[in-house]
Structure formats: C-alpha cells, structure tokens
Design a protein around this ligand. Sequence first.
Ligand SMILES: Nc1nc2c(c(=O)[nH]1)N[C@H]1C(S)=C(S)[C@@H](COP(=O)(O)OP(=O)(O)OC[C@H]3O[C@@H](n4cnc5c(=O)[nH]c(N)nc54)[C@H](O)[C@@H]3O)O[C@H]1N2
Ligand SMILES: Nc1nc2c(c(=O)[nH]1)N[C@H]1C(S)=C(S)[C@@H](COP(=O)(O)OP(=O)(O)OC[C@H]3O[C@@H](n4cnc5c(=O)[nH]c(N)nc54)[C@H](O)[C@@H]3O)O[C@H]1N2
Ligand code: SF4
Ligand SMILES: [Mo]
Length: 688
Amino acid sequence: MVKEKTQMTYTQKTICPYDCPAACGLLAETDGTRLVTVQGDKDHPMTKGLICRKMQNYEKSVNSVNRILTPLKRVGEKGEGRFVPVTWEEAVEEIAGRFQEILKEDGGNAILPVYFSGVMSVIQRRCGDAFFNRLGARQLVKSLCSSAKGAGYKSVMGDTGCLDPRELKDSDFILIWGSNVKSTRIHTMPVLAQARKEGKRVVLVEACALDMADTCDQVVLLKPGTDGALALAMMHVLAKEGMTDEEYLKKHARGYELFKKTLVTYTPEWAGEITGVPAETIRELAREYGKASAPAILMGSGPSRQGNGGMNVRLVVILSAITGAWGKPGGGFCGSNPGAGPYVAEERVTRPDFRKKEWEDEAGEPVNINQLGQALCCEEKGKRIRALYVYGSNPALTVSDQSAVLKGLARSDLFTVVHERFITDTARYADFVLPATFSVEQTDCYTAYGYCTFGTAYQVVKPAGQCKSNWDTFRLLARAMGYEEEYFDRTEEEVLWDLLEHPDKGLLNISEEEWQLLEKGGVITTPFADHGRFLTEDGRIQIVNESLADPLPCYRENHGGQEPLCLVAVPSFYTLNSTFLDREDLTGRRGEARIFLHPADGAARGIKEGDLVEVFNDLAQVCFRAGISDRVAKGVAAVPGVFRQDADGRALHVNALHHERLSDMADATTLNDNRVEIRLAARYCDSL
Ligand SMILES: Nc1nc2c(c(=O)[nH]1)N[C@H]1C(S)=C(S)[C@@H](COP(=O)(O)OP(=O)(O)OC[C@H]3O[C@@H](n4cnc5c(=O)[nH]c(N)nc54)[C@H](O)[C@@H]3O)O[C@H]1N2
Ligand SMILES: Nc1nc2c(c(=O)[nH]1)N[C@H]1C(S)=C(S)[C@@H](COP(=O)(O)OP(=O)(O)OC[C@H]3O[C@@H](n4cnc5c(=O)[nH]c(N)nc54)[C@H](O)[C@@H]3O)O[C@H]1N2
Ligand code: SF4
Ligand SMILES: [Mo]
C-alpha cells in the first residue's frame, strides 16, 4: 500500500483486471480523490511497463460521465432502458424480497446467477459464488471462452505447465496457431520481432491474418475447424521422413506406436482437400518444423471454439511433442496452462461448503452459459428461470444466439438484476441496475492466466458516487437475505489477508521479500513449469487417452452447416469483447462493424470493399460493412470485435448468427463454427 508522493499527486501500484493473459502491472496516479493517469509499471516482472492501447487512458473509463452512480429501478418496458434512481436500501430490500418469494415458491433452481470475464481477479470475480451457494441457486457452466482449449491440452499433458511466453526467446522456430497476438498478447510481439531479427522464422496458421500477416514470415490460411487435419498431415510427413524423435516418444509418450500406424492415412493430399492448404505447403511446413531444434507452437483459442475444438487442440499439442521439442529450452507448446499456481485457496472465497448437501437431489441441470437464450426462454415447470442476476458480464452481446438471449431477457415475468458500470445492452433489460466499481476502487488479487505471475492490489481511489464492488454488494444482499455467516462480515482487505494466510502451492517457496511485496500490494513471478516432468496419470504424454470418447486421436469434423461461408470472430485491437465500448476514443478508431471476405468470395457475390451487406443463416440476418482482403482464407467471413445494439435496442450483431451448439470437450462455445451466406444489402442498415 506504499504510496510515492509527487507534488500534487501520488502513484500506487495496481493490476489490470481484464480478461487478458498478461494481468499487466499498472501505476495509477491519483490526487487522492480521482484517478488522474495510468501507466505501465516498469518494475512488473513480466510486462515491464508495456501496456496496451486500451488501458493507456483507463482514467477516461473510470471518470466517464456515463457511469452508473446510483442504483436504478426500471420504469420503462424491458429493454427500453428507462430507469429512475433509488437508494441502495430500497433496491436491496426489493431484490432480497423477490429472491425469498421465488425461493419459497420454486426453490433455488429458479434463480440463475450469470458472470463471466468482466473482472478476472480472485475476490471480485468469484465472491458471488459464495452468496449463490448459500442461496442454493442454479449453477452456471462457465465455458464461454477457452474451456475446450484447456480440456484438449489437459487430455494430452494433464497438469504439466506449458511454456510461459517469456521462454519463447529460446525457441528457434515459432509457429503461431490461431492467435491474433497483436491484439491479445502484445508482450509477445517484441519476442517475435527479436526472433526474426535473429534470423528465426515465425509462421502463422490462421483463418484470418488481417492483423498478424506483417509480423510473420509466412502465413498459412486454412478453413476454420480443420486444424486437426493440418496437424495430422504434418505428423504424417514427420513420421514418414524420420523427423519424429522416436526415442523421446518411446520414453515419454503413451500410445505413440498405435497412433503412428494411423498417421499413414493422413497424407498432405488428404489434408489439402479438407483444409484448403496446398499439399506441398503442408509438406514444407512440416519439414521446416521438423528441422527446427526447439520449435514452439503458440496457440490461441480460436481453433478450439469449434464442434471439434477439443480434438483440434489435442492434435496440435501432440504435434508440439512429436519431434521431442518439449525436451529443449524454448521448445514445446505455449498458450494454455503455464502450470503456475494455484496461489491461494480460492474456495475460501467461493465457499462450496455453503451449498447444503441435502439440496443436491433437487438441484436442476446447470445452465451452460452458451445456451443462456434457451434457458431463459424455457417455460417448462421446474426448469423455468424466474430471477437472473448478472455481474461482470454482458451476455446480450457476448453469448451465442443473441435473438434468443434478448427474447429471454425481454420476458416480463423474469426478475433481472444487473450489477454494472455502464448501461450495457444487458443492463437495459434489468429491473434493477446496481452501480459497480472499477478495479482501482477495489482491493483484490490476480493470477495472470498466461504467465507465472501473481499479484495483489489495494484500492487506489474511493468508489465514485454510490458504486459498490461485487464483494460489498453481495455482503449487503446476504444480510438482507438473513444470512448470518461471519464470512459476510468481512471487508475486502480481510478477505485478501485471509487468502494470503492460506497460500496454495504457488506461494509455498517464495521469499520473505516477496511476501512483503504481496502484503503491501505488488506482483511476484514464480518459476516456470518443468516441461520434462509430465503431470499425468502415468507420468507420460497421453497420445492415447482412454478416458476420452476417442481414445486414439483422429480427425473429426466440426458442426458446419448448409451455408457456404465459415463465420469466425476476431478480437479487435481497440476493444476487449464488450469492454471498452464506453470509450469513443477507442470505438471511433475501430470504426463500423465490418465483415471481411477473400477477394474471390467478394467477386462471386458482386461485393466490393465498403459495400453494405446482409449476412444471414437459419438464425438471423445481420448488417455489416464489407471488407475485402486476401489475408482472409477463401470461404471465410471474419468479424472483428463485439458491437452494441442501436439506440433503440433493435439491431442484432454477429452473435445472432452463432448457434448454441457445444464443443466436443468441456461443453464450450463454438462461436467459430457457424456458416453464413452474404448478399448486398437491399437498404441502409440501422445498425451501422
Ligand atoms: N485487444 C483485445 N485483446 C483481447 C481480447 C479482445 O477482444 N481484444 N479478448 C481477450 C480474451 S477474452 C481472450 S479469450 C483472448 C483470446 O486470445 P487468443 O486465445 O490468443 O485467441 P485470439 O487472439 O482470440 O485468436 C483467435 C484467432 O483465431 C482465428 N481463428 C478462428 N477460428 C479458427 C480456426 O478454426 N483455426 C485457426 N487456425 N484459426 C482460427 C481468428 O481468426 C483469430 O485471429 O484475448 C484477450 N485479449
Ligand atoms: N462475437 C464475439 N463474441 C464473443 C467473443 C468474440 O471475440 N466475439 N469473445 C468471447 C470471449 S473469448 C469471452 S471471454 C466472452 C466475454 O464475455 P463477457 O463476460 O460478457 O465480457 P465483456 O463483454 O467484457 O463484459 C464484461 C462486463 O463486466 C463489467 N464489469 C467489469 N468489471 C466489473 C466488476 O468489477 N463488477 C461488475 N459487476 N461488473 C464489471 C463490464 O462493465 C462489462 O460490461 O465473450 C465471448 N463472446
Ligand atoms: S488489457 Fe491486457 S495488455 Fe492491456 S493492460 Fe490489461 S492485461 Fe495488459
Ligand atoms: Mo475470452
């Protein structure tokens, strides 16, 4: 909590709360009341002062005139966005009253909490679990992001940590596989630049290389969802041409002999048909990869958001091991669990013990967040959701089948509470909107999910207006519900100190100095994982895994569809999912909602750069401005960013074209596995 004073202002260390692998260290400058500026913290062990464009003017969001500063109660129709201010007492009393009534009539199954990745910390992100466990609410499967990637990775490597991106400096060949590094992993950009300077090659496997093509020596564009076929064909070439490390595999991998026999059929010609990548390109890529001593594959989540997403990742992870790269510094796989932590005992925040055993028999099926629309529209007795409590998420814009989500939110008999910082498209449907704090107004701890770092951050400025953190809001609600557990008496600081008093394995070996740093607010780095010790059941890489539906890895198709073009989502450089939509300096630079097509696909439909187009499938029709680029694979329609509805809440966006189907592993999102057709728009679209 040490504060360095300058003349009128002082700075305090804090941490970026957003859904990004880095959890950057920040220096927040304040005059004691307001946040004045934010800069990267040069002393942060990983980010070393480098922060992204989005966070460089964090104060514009924190001090925005559009922030919600008091609780609000709906006076207009659902979705209209007309509210009047009320006091916290009124809001909390009515919310608790409604919850009690619903509990009495229909039980906890009828109350659904929804949160996802608005704030990625331990306390503020997870504390609602304790409240809703105590209440016995319906459970949510939170698989809107990278669950299939995690499951695919784990199915081969168990709990073995993959490369921390800082280890990539030792790689001699970097294969980026479906990641828009420029937008989503900026700290890896200098590593890529340095590698190329040293004459090492950087190759990209993508469906859409709009942002990344200039950063790479070669771009291999493929049809989305066919990554497994490409990986198999590369392994076919490696096995056939003697570039696999047989000795390494014999010692460290389970089922390789069996798998190797199947590789014979996966020829580059076979994969060429499926992926759209010429067979000769696949051969050359395999050879280049095979010749490298310590090649690294940096994988994003895009390829996992598919009906066959888990299998795609599984096959790419096996590829990362098949030449023995995991045995060399810098070689192997990057982009999944780096094996750090857990640092603190999170169940001290989430309190699974609050959920009573005797409720288990009556518990309804958990709701998968990707099927929220279906769940909210369900009228079946025993399944019907009567109350929805949303915090740290904006499902009206980020979840699949947007039409169904909006239809559910519009139900007049659904009691909806949204705890938010701005009137988002979800908040517009709320019966009560509660004003939420920003990270600098909260106390918390953060695990960077892509790196081996952990940090604590204390409140920098007092909450604006009547805003309250998630923690303080759930405490109030708990009291109003009559919950008497001591847990709900604690302050945020007390929760943080309790967590530090109950360290998990990530903090067991840290120094006294590092403890002091965490106690006063700061970030520590812990050792990289041992990539030679495989934390699986039998200590070996699981090429064959009997616990899966397909014990032997093989090619599986994605869900696909009737329409000709594969729709994929691309993260925008200027926004982060629907976060930062409050910032006109960022959304202005991002521009209109666009859909990018290959020139051949544009020409076939008479569509030119800048044309207004209608994109449609069996679910919806959505308008975009067309972009034409040969950096998009043929047969692909790529949409960067998440966009708001129009002022009247009518216009749909890209998620209206996404089905609620799930992936093969971890029941995850398949937002990159949808088909569409495109035509010139008949009239001007209101949504642009
Ligand atoms: N600026 C910015 N930063 C962000 C985000 C953001 O929206 N904006 N989002 C944050 C979040 S929530 C996350 S999860 C991470 C995501 O970061 P990463 O996990 O690195 O994934 P993305 O960069 O989203 O990569 C998705 C890429 O996959 C490609 N793709 C889609 N389908 C396929 C496919 O089937 N095969 C292949 N090979 N490629 C495919 C897309 O074209 C896209 O470029 O980034 C975080 N950081
Ligand atoms: N079309 C399309 N859809 C996507 C994606 C995509 O790239 N394209 N990406 C997908 C991915 S990877 C992800 S992770 C999801 C993310 O989906 P969401 O979880 O919905 O994340 P955001 O859109 O960032 O919305 C987070 C909201 O939380 C609020 N918030 C932030 N901090 C706090 C806090 O401390 N307390 C409370 N109460 N609220 C807070 C913010 O104001 C914001 O409105 O979206 C998915 N959907
Ligand atoms: S959004 Fe990501 S890159 Fe930007 S400051 Fe936050 S953690 Fe760092
Ligand atoms: Mo995500």
